[in-house]
Write a new protein. Sequence first.
Length: 266
Amino acid sequence: MTLAAERPNGGVQSVDRAITILEILARLGEAGVTEVAGELGVHKSTAFRLIGTMEARGLVEQADDRGKYRIGLGLVKMAGASAARTDLVQVARPSCKALAAETHETVNLAVLADGTALYLDQIAGAAALQPHNWIGQRIPLHATSNGKVLIADLEPDLVDELVPRLTRHAEATITDRASLHRELARVREQGYAVAVDELEEGLTALAAAIRDAHGDVVASLSVSGTTFRLDEATRTELVPPLLRAAEEVSLALGWVPPREPAATDG
Protein backbone atom coordinates (compact mmCIF):
# COMPACT_ATOMS: atom_id res chain seq x y z
CA MET A 1 0.00 0.00 0.00
CA THR A 2 1.35 3.47 -0.86
CA LEU A 3 1.65 6.30 1.67
CA ALA A 4 -0.87 8.32 -0.32
CA ALA A 5 -3.44 5.52 -0.04
CA GLU A 6 -3.18 5.57 3.71
CA ARG A 7 -4.03 9.28 3.99
CA PRO A 8 -7.48 10.81 4.40
CA ASN A 9 -9.12 12.58 1.46
CA GLY A 10 -9.48 15.84 3.39
CA GLY A 11 -7.17 18.80 2.89
CA VAL A 12 -5.53 20.20 -0.20
CA GLN A 13 -4.16 17.30 -2.23
CA SER A 14 -1.03 19.03 -3.50
CA VAL A 15 -0.10 20.18 0.01
CA ASP A 16 -0.63 16.69 1.37
CA ARG A 17 1.53 15.25 -1.38
CA ALA A 18 4.29 17.81 -0.73
CA ILE A 19 4.32 16.90 2.94
CA THR A 20 4.43 13.23 2.01
CA ILE A 21 7.47 13.88 -0.22
CA LEU A 22 9.27 15.50 2.73
CA GLU A 23 8.40 12.50 4.88
CA ILE A 24 9.76 10.16 2.20
CA LEU A 25 13.03 12.08 1.94
CA ALA A 26 13.34 12.25 5.73
CA ARG A 27 12.92 8.48 5.92
CA LEU A 28 15.09 7.48 2.96
CA GLY A 29 17.61 10.30 2.95
CA GLU A 30 17.55 10.49 -0.86
CA ALA A 31 15.03 9.40 -3.49
CA GLY A 32 14.48 9.73 -7.22
CA VAL A 33 11.34 10.93 -8.98
CA THR A 34 10.30 7.39 -9.91
CA GLU A 35 10.65 6.22 -6.32
CA VAL A 36 8.71 9.21 -5.00
CA ALA A 37 5.97 8.68 -7.58
CA GLY A 38 5.66 5.06 -6.50
CA GLU A 39 5.40 6.00 -2.83
CA LEU A 40 2.78 8.66 -3.63
CA GLY A 41 0.84 6.44 -6.01
CA VAL A 42 0.91 9.09 -8.76
CA HIS A 43 2.26 9.36 -12.29
CA LYS A 44 5.95 10.21 -12.61
CA SER A 45 5.15 13.54 -14.31
CA THR A 46 3.02 14.59 -11.32
CA ALA A 47 5.80 13.77 -8.88
CA PHE A 48 8.27 15.65 -11.10
CA ARG A 49 6.11 18.80 -11.08
CA LEU A 50 5.69 18.67 -7.30
CA ILE A 51 9.40 18.17 -6.70
CA GLY A 52 10.24 20.95 -9.15
CA THR A 53 8.04 23.41 -7.25
CA MET A 54 9.52 22.35 -3.93
CA GLU A 55 13.06 22.64 -5.33
CA ALA A 56 12.35 26.19 -6.51
CA ARG A 57 11.38 27.11 -2.92
CA GLY A 58 14.44 25.42 -1.40
CA LEU A 59 12.44 22.69 0.33
CA VAL A 60 14.23 19.94 -1.58
CA GLU A 61 17.48 19.88 -3.55
CA GLN A 62 19.26 17.55 -5.92
CA ALA A 63 21.77 15.25 -4.29
CA ASP A 64 25.29 14.71 -5.59
CA ASP A 65 23.88 11.66 -7.36
CA ARG A 66 21.94 13.58 -10.03
CA GLY A 67 18.37 12.46 -10.39
CA LYS A 68 17.92 11.95 -6.69
CA TYR A 69 16.61 14.50 -4.22
CA ARG A 70 17.01 15.21 -0.53
CA ILE A 71 15.59 17.71 1.96
CA GLY A 72 16.81 21.19 1.04
CA LEU A 73 18.64 23.80 3.06
CA GLY A 74 15.62 26.09 2.88
CA LEU A 75 13.64 23.74 5.08
CA VAL A 76 16.61 23.22 7.38
CA LYS A 77 17.01 26.98 7.78
CA MET A 78 13.32 27.41 8.59
CA ALA A 79 13.49 24.67 11.19
CA GLY A 80 16.65 26.17 12.63
CA ALA A 81 15.08 29.63 12.88
CA SER A 82 12.06 28.19 14.64
CA ALA A 83 14.25 26.27 17.08
CA ALA A 84 16.37 29.36 17.72
CA ARG A 85 13.30 31.42 18.57
CA THR A 86 12.00 28.69 20.86
CA ASP A 87 15.37 28.59 22.64
CA LEU A 88 15.36 32.39 22.93
CA VAL A 89 11.95 32.38 24.61
CA GLN A 90 13.04 29.67 27.04
CA VAL A 91 16.29 31.47 27.90
CA ALA A 92 14.58 34.84 28.33
CA ARG A 93 11.49 33.68 30.22
CA PRO A 94 12.98 33.78 33.77
CA SER A 95 14.30 37.33 33.28
CA CYS A 96 11.02 38.42 31.70
CA LYS A 97 9.05 37.07 34.65
CA ALA A 98 11.37 38.74 37.14
CA LEU A 99 11.15 42.07 35.27
CA ALA A 100 7.35 41.92 35.15
CA ALA A 101 7.23 41.13 38.87
CA GLU A 102 9.57 44.00 39.69
CA THR A 103 7.96 46.65 37.49
CA HIS A 104 4.34 45.39 37.66
CA GLU A 105 4.09 46.18 33.94
CA THR A 106 3.78 44.05 30.80
CA VAL A 107 7.06 42.65 29.46
CA ASN A 108 7.43 41.67 25.79
CA LEU A 109 10.12 39.86 23.82
CA ALA A 110 10.43 40.66 20.10
CA VAL A 111 12.67 39.86 17.13
CA LEU A 112 13.20 41.37 13.69
CA ALA A 113 11.16 39.50 11.07
CA ASP A 114 10.37 40.56 7.51
CA GLY A 115 10.62 44.27 8.15
CA THR A 116 8.58 44.17 11.35
CA ALA A 117 9.03 43.44 15.05
CA LEU A 118 7.57 40.01 15.77
CA TYR A 119 6.42 39.41 19.33
CA LEU A 120 7.53 36.02 20.66
CA ASP A 121 6.55 36.19 24.32
CA GLN A 122 4.66 38.32 26.82
CA ILE A 123 4.46 38.38 30.60
CA ALA A 124 1.78 40.50 32.22
CA GLY A 125 2.62 42.40 35.40
CA ALA A 126 0.29 43.06 38.29
CA ALA A 127 -0.63 46.54 37.04
CA ALA A 128 -1.65 45.27 33.59
CA LEU A 129 -5.40 44.71 33.74
CA GLN A 130 -6.57 42.62 30.76
CA PRO A 131 -3.44 43.36 28.71
CA HIS A 132 -3.55 43.13 24.93
CA ASN A 133 -2.01 39.84 23.77
CA TRP A 134 0.86 40.76 21.44
CA ILE A 135 2.31 37.25 20.99
CA GLY A 136 2.57 36.39 17.32
CA GLN A 137 1.75 39.92 16.19
CA ARG A 138 3.97 42.03 13.97
CA ILE A 139 4.36 45.72 14.70
CA PRO A 140 6.03 48.58 12.79
CA LEU A 141 9.70 49.22 13.44
CA HIS A 142 9.61 53.02 13.41
CA ALA A 143 6.68 53.47 15.79
CA THR A 144 7.67 51.22 18.68
CA SER A 145 10.45 50.96 21.24
CA ASN A 146 11.09 47.32 20.31
CA GLY A 147 11.32 48.21 16.65
CA LYS A 148 13.76 51.06 17.24
CA VAL A 149 16.05 48.81 19.28
CA LEU A 150 16.02 46.11 16.60
CA ILE A 151 17.21 48.49 13.86
CA ALA A 152 19.32 50.99 15.83
CA ASP A 153 22.62 49.21 15.09
CA LEU A 154 21.94 48.75 11.38
CA GLU A 155 23.43 50.84 8.59
CA PRO A 156 21.18 53.76 7.56
CA ASP A 157 20.67 52.36 4.05
CA LEU A 158 19.47 49.05 5.49
CA VAL A 159 17.14 50.88 7.88
CA ASP A 160 15.62 52.74 4.94
CA GLU A 161 15.22 49.44 3.09
CA LEU A 162 13.50 47.76 6.05
CA VAL A 163 11.28 50.77 6.69
CA PRO A 164 10.42 52.11 3.22
CA ARG A 165 7.29 53.92 4.45
CA LEU A 166 6.99 55.82 7.72
CA THR A 167 3.29 55.23 8.18
CA ARG A 168 1.54 57.36 10.78
CA HIS A 169 -0.16 55.30 13.49
CA ALA A 170 -0.76 58.09 16.00
CA GLU A 171 -0.11 61.82 16.35
CA ALA A 172 3.35 61.21 17.85
CA THR A 173 4.51 58.66 15.24
CA ILE A 174 7.83 59.51 13.60
CA THR A 175 7.07 60.14 9.92
CA ASP A 176 10.20 62.05 8.90
CA ARG A 177 13.21 59.98 7.85
CA ALA A 178 15.80 62.39 9.25
CA SER A 179 13.96 62.33 12.58
CA LEU A 180 13.98 58.54 12.57
CA HIS A 181 17.74 58.39 12.08
CA ARG A 182 18.26 60.95 14.86
CA GLU A 183 16.06 58.85 17.11
CA LEU A 184 18.07 55.71 16.33
CA ALA A 185 21.30 57.58 17.12
CA ARG A 186 19.78 58.50 20.48
CA VAL A 187 18.91 54.84 21.10
CA ARG A 188 22.50 53.81 20.42
CA GLU A 189 23.83 56.53 22.70
CA GLN A 190 21.61 55.88 25.70
CA GLY A 191 21.27 52.12 25.28
CA TYR A 192 17.49 51.90 25.21
CA ALA A 193 14.49 53.17 23.25
CA VAL A 194 11.31 54.92 24.32
CA ALA A 195 8.00 55.24 22.47
CA VAL A 196 5.31 57.46 23.99
CA ASP A 197 1.95 57.43 22.18
CA GLU A 198 3.72 56.54 18.91
CA LEU A 199 1.94 53.29 18.04
CA GLU A 200 -1.33 54.23 19.69
CA GLU A 201 -2.55 56.95 22.00
CA GLY A 202 -2.18 56.05 25.66
CA LEU A 203 0.50 53.38 25.16
CA THR A 204 4.09 53.87 26.30
CA ALA A 205 6.98 51.41 26.16
CA LEU A 206 10.71 51.21 26.80
CA ALA A 207 12.95 48.59 25.20
CA ALA A 208 16.55 47.40 25.40
CA ALA A 209 18.62 45.16 23.15
CA ILE A 210 19.39 41.49 23.68
CA ARG A 211 22.71 40.48 22.10
CA ASP A 212 24.20 37.12 21.16
CA ALA A 213 27.74 35.81 21.55
CA HIS A 214 28.82 37.86 18.53
CA GLY A 215 27.47 41.07 20.02
CA ASP A 216 24.70 41.30 17.43
CA VAL A 217 21.22 42.44 18.42
CA VAL A 218 19.01 39.35 18.13
CA ALA A 219 15.97 40.50 20.08
CA SER A 220 14.51 43.33 22.12
CA LEU A 221 13.00 43.30 25.58
CA SER A 222 10.38 45.88 26.50
CA VAL A 223 8.30 47.14 29.38
CA SER A 224 4.98 48.69 28.39
CA GLY A 225 1.96 50.22 30.05
CA THR A 226 -0.42 53.13 29.90
CA THR A 227 1.06 56.56 29.24
CA PHE A 228 -0.77 57.90 32.28
CA ARG A 229 1.03 55.39 34.51
CA LEU A 230 4.39 55.50 32.77
CA ASP A 231 5.12 59.19 33.11
CA GLU A 232 8.63 60.58 32.71
CA ALA A 233 9.62 59.94 36.33
CA THR A 234 8.37 56.35 36.20
CA ARG A 235 10.12 55.72 32.90
CA THR A 236 13.40 56.86 34.47
CA GLU A 237 12.87 54.35 37.29
CA LEU A 238 12.19 51.55 34.82
CA VAL A 239 15.40 51.95 32.83
CA PRO A 240 17.83 50.23 35.29
CA PRO A 241 15.76 47.04 35.77
CA LEU A 242 15.06 46.89 32.03
CA LEU A 243 18.74 47.15 31.13
CA ARG A 244 19.64 44.64 33.81
CA ALA A 245 17.12 42.09 32.50
CA ALA A 246 18.26 42.55 28.90
CA GLU A 247 21.86 42.06 29.99
CA GLU A 248 20.95 38.89 31.90
CA VAL A 249 19.42 37.36 28.76
CA SER A 250 22.36 38.50 26.63
CA LEU A 251 24.84 36.92 29.03
CA ALA A 252 22.84 33.69 28.94
CA LEU A 253 23.17 33.74 25.13
CA GLY A 254 26.94 34.04 25.39
CA TRP A 255 27.38 37.79 25.06
CA VAL A 256 30.52 39.20 26.66
CA PRO A 257 30.30 42.88 27.69
CA PRO A 258 33.04 45.09 26.25
CA ARG A 259 35.84 45.78 28.67
CA GLU A 260 36.19 49.22 30.16
CA PRO A 261 39.43 50.89 29.10
CA ALA A 262 42.09 50.58 31.76
CA ALA A 263 42.74 53.74 33.75
CA THR A 264 46.12 55.36 33.20
CA ASP A 265 48.00 57.76 35.37
CA GLY A 266 47.96 61.26 34.02
